[in-house]
Design a protein around this ligand. Structure first.
Ligand code: AMP
Length: 541
């Protein structure tokens, strides 16, 4: 027997409708690419998103299911695209601005984007590939100064595009399971693959993000979005914030520590999100600046790569700022797990608490994880049995866009993450490595992630990454690629290994050190191990 409740579709536009009805005066603050400050309200966001929807329909006959690309920084116009494109029933395809020209060409053609909304500062990149994109009918320019000249074909200024459109037409009716947005995976391995989010999955993810046990977004908050809007929809924060009535602060391209800190202070941001690299820079800059009276930031969400206990402890001890560690993937919208202390941890020492907070954490509601051992069976939650993490849930990918890839899914339908880890008896997951990054030395596993985290805690080390290098006797051995804080310093193998020895077995210590000026990173700022392995093979490490 079915329940007797209304069928109220969980659509993206219902998030904006709610924000407009309940929090019409809440602000969206953007620091634009030219550093100017732009402020408007949820009412403006709502009305302009409706204008955008209408302009898409009228000027390009955009139909439900059409792909519309964005190539833009974090700002109010990008937010309007998040709502106005799905409002027309189309799919908001956020294109990563950090990929190579050939990857971008592949992605746009694979998605069959009809229109691309592009920031004027990013135009030169697209000019080089525009001729190779047969499906793209027009480029709509964001933040273009008067008299802006470009060789892109069929350009329209965004403000002109929406100027005459009415702001009160109805959103296009869609099914909650229809697609609303798409991101391609970062391509750490192989060609990028499209992940197609539905209205329902995005809506549910946003609601859970708001819950107090998770990102705890409320109408009291002023949230600085440090995750690019082109990366997994900025972790869903632009949707969760509008649902909960928080002030949104959008920093465009200004993610370097100094402007980021300035924004926190001037815009009184009490919450933020970002990858560990951003927070490492902010910590160092804050240390240099010395004590700041009533620094507004109280808590931030960090994920996308391991946030080690050192970072979490440093922020807590030196600035009383709570770093909340979360784990997820493009394929999981992204939040899968998140680490917060529970009441039973109250009696633990500070050091023990930090250790728990540095784990990747517990499943969020509507998501389940399990560990699959090498023999294909499910591991106990015993805190020591290692295996690949599999995940299922309301916002977890079911299939890649236009791609059948059985190797990514188990026979019973779970998504194989390619991450390797353990789950303890309290359900806290810890990533120990990624499948391709495990180092197998003499038949024993070495966790390159654990080594990286430990090496980065050494006072002379700024950044470190560990890769496997071939070894005749042991098959593989770990190579530590290190960036020193001070280039003139020396760090010997003996000094580093005696620092590591209390935590690691002897066979787990790096075999070799290589010092470089900067660790190669992927487009989203992660250590690019594929590139490092290539450099090593070429004798450059
Ligand atoms: P992406 O799809 O580019 O966001 O990358 C997802 C991958 O990033 C995951 O499969 C993990 O390997 C890694 N990752 C994300 N969050 C964390 C975290 N908190 N700790 C360790 N690795 C993470």
């Amino acid at each position: 027997m079915q329940g007797l409740m209304m069928n109220y579709p969980l659509t993206i536009t219902s998030i904006l409708d709610h924000g407009y009805r309940v929090f019409p005066k809440k602000e969206v603050i953007s620091i634009l690419p030219d550093k100017s400050r732009h402020v408007y309200t949820y009412t403006d966001l709502y009305k302009r998103s409706k204008k955008l929807m209408y302009a898409l329909q009228l000027k390009f006959n955009v139909q439900p299911g059409d792909m519309i690309g964005t190539f833009a920084w974090n700002h109010f116009q990008h937010l309007e695209l998040y709502y106005g494109i799905p409002g027309a029933g189309a799919v908001c395809h956020t294109i990563n601005i950090r990929l190579s020209a050939s990857q971008t060409e592949f992605i746009v053609n694979n998605a069959e984007d009809r229109i691309i909304f592009i920031d004027a500062t990013l135009v030169p990149f697209f000019e080089k590939i525009a001729a190779l994109l047969p499906t793209v009918e027009a480029f709509i320019l964001l933040n273009a100064p008067k008299g802006f000249v470009t060789s892109l074909p069929n350009t329209i200024d965004y403000e002109d595009f929406i100027a005459d459109a009415p702001d009160n037409n109805d959103w296009v009716k869609v099914d909650e399971n229809d697609a609303c947005a798409m991101c391609y995976t970062s391509g750490t391995t192989g060609l990028p693959k499209g992940v197609l989010y539905s209205h329902r999955s995005t809506w549910l993810h946003a609601v859970v993000l708001c819950l107090p046990n998770y990102a705890c977004l409320t109408s009291q908050d002023r949230i600085l979005v440090g995750v690019p809007q082109f990366h997994v929809m900025a972790w869903g924060v632009p949707f969760g914030a509008v649902l909960s009535g928080a002030v949104l602060i959008l920093p465009s391209s200004h993610l370097q520590p100094e402007p980021f800190i300035k924004m926190i202070i001037e815009e009184r941001a009490n919450k933020a999100n970002g990858v560990p690299t951003i927070w490492q820079g902010i910590y160092a800059a804050l240390k240099k600046m010395g004590p700041i009276d009533s620094f507004p930031l109280k808590t931030f969400l960090v994920g996308g790569a391991t946030a080690g206990p050192t970072m979490i402890e440093n922020f807590q001890r030196d600035f009383g700022i709570e770093a909340i560690h979360a784990w997820g993937m493009t394929e999981t919208s992204p939040v899968g797990t998140l680490s917060r202390l529970q009441p039973e941890h109250d009696s633990l020492s500070d050091a023990e608490k930090i250790k728990i907070r540095a784990l990747q954490g517990q499943e969020v509601p509507c998501v389940e994880i399990r560990i699959i051992k090498e023999d294909g069976t499910i591991a106990e939650r015993d805190g020591k049995t290692v295996g690949e993490i599999e995940i299922k849930g309301a916002w977890v990918i079911n299939s890649y866009y236009k791609t059948i890839s059985h190797e990514n899914f188990s026979e019973d339908g779970w998504f194989k993450t390619g991450d390797v880890g353990i789950i303890n008896k309290d359900g806290y997951m810890q990533i120990t490595d990624r499948t391709k990054d495990l180092i197998k030395s003499g038949g024993e596993w070495i966790s390159s992630v654990a080594l990286e985290v430990a090496i980065m805690a050494h006072p002379k080390v700024k950044e470190a990454s560990v890769i496997a290098i071939p070894d005749e006797v042991w098959t593989e051995r770990p190579l530590a690629v290190i960036v020193l804080k001070d280039e003139n310093e020396k760090l010997s193998m003996e000094e580093l290994n005696s620092f590591l020895l209390p935590t690691f077995a002897k066979y787990q210590l790096p075999e070799k050190l290589s010092f470089i000026q900067e660790i190669p990173k992927t487009s989203v700022g992660k250590f690019d191990k594929k590139e490092m392995r290539k450099l090593y093979a070429e004798g450059k490490l």
